[in-house]
Design a binder for this molecule. Structure first.
Ligand code: SME
Length: 163
C-alpha cells in the first residue's frame, strides 16, 4: 500500500501534490465505498483545517441525501432535499462556500464546533449524484482554491465513487 505524501506549503501546492496521488490510489479499485473511504482519509490527513469531510449521496427513494464514508465526528445520516448547506448545494447544483455557518439560514449543525463549510456537488456525466461536505472549526477556512481543486478532484474520480 503506497502512502499519501504531501510536503508542500501552500494550500494550492498541497492540492496540486495530493490530487494525482488520490487519482492513482483509486485507479485499480472499482469498489465505490472503498474509494470514497480513501478519498476522505487522504483529504483529512492532508489538510489540518478540515474538521470533518464526508460524502452525502442522493437516495432517489427517499429524496434525501444519505451519509456516506466520512472522517470526523458522527454526523447526521439524512438531509432532506434542499435542506442545510448540503441540500442547497445539491438542489442548486453548485458549490457553496459558507464563511460563517451562523449566517447561513437553515444550516444543519452536526457538530456545534463547526464555523465554516464548503459543499461541492458530484456529477457523473451530467447527473448529480451527491455532494462532498467539508467543515472547519475556524471561520472563513474555504476559498476559491478549495472550490477549484475539490471540483476538479470530484470530476476526475466521479466514475470511481459512483455505483
Ligand atoms: N452542515 C451541513 C450538514 C452536514 S454536517 O455538517 C456533517 C449542512 O448544513 O448541510
Amino acid at each position: 500500500m503506497e502512502e499519501i505524501k504531501v510536503s508542500a506549503a501552500t494550500k494550492q501546492e498541497q492540492y496540486e501534490e495530493l490530487l494525482p496521488q488520490i487519482t492513482s490510489l483509486l485507479n485499480d479499485e472499482p469498489n465505490s465505498i472503498a474509494n470514497m473511504a480513501n478519498v476522505v482519509a487522504a483529504l483529512k490527513q492532508t489538510f489540518d483545517y478540515y474538521s470533518w469531510v464526508g460524502f452525502y449521496l442522493f437516495d432517489k427513494q427517499s429524496n434525501e441525501l444519505v451519509l456516506g464514508p466520512f472522517q470526523g465526528k458522527i454526523a447526521c445520516t439524512r438531509i432532506g432535499f434542499g435542506k442545510g448547506v448540503c441540500g442547497a448545494s445539491f438542489q442548486q447544483k453548485e458549490t457553496i462556500i459558507v464563511p460563517d455557518v451562523e449566517q447561513f439560514p437553515g444550516h444543519i449543525y452536526c457538530d456545534g464546533g463547526t464555523k465554516s463549510e464548503i459543499v461541492v456537488p458530484i456529477f457523473l456525466q451530467s447527473n448529480i449524484i451527491g455532494v462532498l461536505d467539508v467543515d472547519s472549526y475556524a471561520f472563513d477556512s474555504f476559498d476559491e482554491t478549495d472550490k477549484k481543486y475539490l471540483e476538479q478532484l470530484l470530476a476526475t474520480i466521479a466514475g470511481r465513487i459512483a455505483n
